[in-house]
Design a protein around this ligand. Structure first.
Ligand SMILES: [Zn+2]
Length: 389
């Protein structure tokens, strides 16, 4: 294709346009800035330096000079909230709401600020009422639903949490299936506590229908079978997790083995766990197999298992177990082994933990909802061993 030479002429013209536009923009900015009270910029400056008390004074002054500006009032309200002076924020926003001739946009903006005040103050019923009203505004519809969902989860109102999450999914196109399935599991827990087993089973089946990967539902369905005295049925349900999400089999391993032992089928249970461990590389299952081997087959077999694993990959946890088995095996002559074991255990401390993929919260036990950031199923199903430095 031939080069169009007229482009060379057009280029300086484009630059000239850009320069003029930029000048006009800067001029407009300066005009707007001169309309702002100087106290506003003083406040901004303190904010940048994170001197919140001085920023508050400056914004207070700015609002007194230009009380009409909603933006300045919002800035002051946010500062009140930031400093924990929620009463003053609520008072400020309530006063703004009483202004005559507010447009719908302005009214919704004030309500959104007031709802944040109520949330921070822990006045969830008032926040809820405002967010319910805010749903009517297209600009606030989705954020209001998101906040309502957080409130319902906090209030453990799972029925409304399910409705809101379903609505949010429809509006945003983002999947909430994992969360909705978890809410059904929570409802099932409540039903079990109230001896409503049929209702519980229905909720767990709904959880699986909404999220076929919901491991928790199958764990609970199995637990319900154990409570009803039907261990073989429970085992069959837990085995389904292999088709669902094999990485989560570690969460079913100890109950699976326990029930095999109760049915006097320890060998069968151990064999199944060994298959899973090798097939899916699940270190938590190794711990369960090791404990069971030590208990049912003795120290020599447990040491052999730990040695084989340790040869495969270095791990302080497995070394700790090997030393434990060796100490039992060798008996009273094992003073040195005992000392080495004590040292390893001491330094091992809490190196094995579940770590939230969203916020990094660490926990010794598995949580379906992270206590740090409230995300659902954000913990990987296998605890991780941290390398010591
Ligand atoms: Zn978290």
């Amino acid at each position: 294709m031939e080069f169009e030479y007229w482009w060379l002429l057009a280029l300086p013209l484009f630059f000239a346009f850009g320069w003029v536009a930029k000048r006009a923009y800067i001029k407009q900015l300066l005009n707007e800035a001169s309309a702002m009270p100087a106290a506003y910029f003083k406040g901004l400056n303190f904010l940048i330096k994170e001197q919140h008390d001085k920023a508050l004074e400056a914004f207070d002054e700015a609002v007194q000079i230009n009380s009409e500006s909603l933006e300045l009032n919002f800035a002051l309200g946010s500062l009140f909230r930031l400093r924990g002076e929620i009463d003053r924020a609520i008072h400020l926003h309530n006063n703004l709401l009483e202004r005559p001739q507010l447009s719908d946009v302005q009214r919704y903006a004030i309500m959104a600020e007031l709802a944040q005040d109520y949330l921070k103050a822990g006045l969830f019923d008032r926040a809820e009422a405002l967010f319910l009203a805010l749903r009517a505004s297209p600009g606030y519809h989705q954020p209001a639903l998101r906040s309502l969902l957080d409130i319902f989860i906090r209030e453990r109102d799972w029925v409304r949490a399910i409705e809101t999450a379903a609505d949010l999914e429809k509006q945003s196109g983002v999947s909430f299936r994992r969360e909705i399935a978890q809410f059904h599991c929570e409802l099932a827990m409540e039903a079990i506590a109230a001896a409503g087993n049929d209702a519980a089973r229905k909720h767990l089946q709904q959880a699986l229908a909404i999220n076929p990967e919901c491991v928790r539902a199958n764990l609970m369905l199995g637990d319900m079978q154990v409570s009803a005295g039907n261990r073989p049925a429970a085992i069959e349900i837990w085995k389904r997790i292999e088709q669902q999400k094999p990485q989560s089999l570690g969460l079913a391993a100890s109950r699976l083995l326990e029930n095999h032992v109760a049915l006097e089928k320890t060998g069968e249970g151990l064999a199944l766990l060994k298959t899973w461990m090798e097939k899916y590389d699940l270190p938590s299952i190794l711990g369960i197999i090791y404990e069971a081997t030590l208990k049912h087959e003795g120290a020599a077999a447990a040491a052999q298992l730990a040695r084989a694993e340790l040869t495969r990959k270095p791990s302080l946890n497995i070394l700790d177990r090997l030393l434990q088995a060796r100490e039992i095996e060798v008996g009273s002559e094992a003073r040195d082994i005992g000392l080495v074991k004590k040292t390893v255990t001491h330094f091992l401390g809490n190196t094995r933990s579940y770590c939230c993929g969203q916020c990094g919260f660490r926990a010794r036990q598995y949580y379906w909802q992270c206590p740090g950031c409230n995300h659902w199923e954000s913990f990987p199903p296998e605890p991780r061993e941290q390398a010591l430095r």
